[in-house]
Design a protein around this ligand. Sequence first.
Ligand code: MN
Length: 390
Amino acid sequence: MIKIIHTSDVHLDTSFAEEGLPPAVGGRRRESLREVFRSIMDRAVSWPADAVLIAGDLFEQERVTRDTVAFLRDTFERIAPIPVFIAPGNRDPFVSGSPYATEEWPDHVRIFTRPEWDGVKLDRVPLTVYGFGFDGPDISRNPFGALRVPEDGRAHVAVAHGSEEGRRPAGKQSCAPFAADQIMPTELHYLALGHYHNTMTIRVASEGRIYYSGSPEPLGFADTGTHRYLEVEVDPVQGEVARTRVTPCPINRTSYHPIVMDGGPFVTLDDLASAVRLNLGDTPAERIVRLTLQNALSTPVRDELHLLSERLSDVTAFFEVDDQTLEDSAIGEDLAGNTSLGAFLAQLNAEIHDAPDDRLGRMLSRARSLGLSAYRGQDASAVKTGVGFS
Ligand SMILES: [Mn+2]
């Protein structure tokens, strides 16, 4: 039995600013990306794995630091001599300035540098690993479909980054696009994919298995739920690629919670806090929460809403409120009447309503909260993360 670990999309050094996280929280999140990656590599030693497959977007080329390169080298050295295969993706492409190209990597680390399939035969176990690498954010040619695998009694696995178009999540960028049932060679036991952030398997006519491992840590509010790496066991019996078993292993320390609630039913802030706690349930400890309140909000709850973040600090690593109840024009009028504040709210409400995308909408929503606080002479620092006003 040949044992393989498959991970992808760690996105070391990624920025969390676009998700609205303040720098300190973003820094902590980047730490957890390293910790989770290291724990997967530790598992490669303890299991032990015969090979590690990293299916792209290990780091972000635009942001990668010297320190992260040192971290990776050290982490790989710890697991020597277990062979590591890296298939660079659209965020960590093999370009001239890439650490993949400029750094010395240990001998047991193999990076696929070209946008065409290469095969590496291991000596110690009857395993052949195929892979290709992006040569830029847009790959210069798409090798999916060109993979040829012999029937030679060995186990055959492939590692690559790209988008299976039939399963591409809404809004996810297409790169090296392919259709699974058109590219899977009959003799391939396992295709290890990266690019999509949630674990996904794709069934095709071939007996071989196709998996996206997903990112081991979630990277934004679109990455809800459990995140995993995969343990793959291949039994290379001639002519029987069906003998491949895949075990998804939960690994994430962080979880994202985009919660939408009707604010109307809550009489006190404690009621609202309890509802949020119930919603979080038994998820990993580092919880990133955005509570969107809709429809209506009672005055007592609104007056204390800026306290909610602290009230939930024992169960959240980051918490923000997106209070959409202000979009009710009647509330705007109640609050402001025929004043410049009323005009400000009306203007922002209209812009939020017409915002072409969610991200801009949330940014405008924060601006509205900030502006409202400023009008009321409240310390605006309380709303930097969109949390408070009264
Ligand atoms: Mn990608």
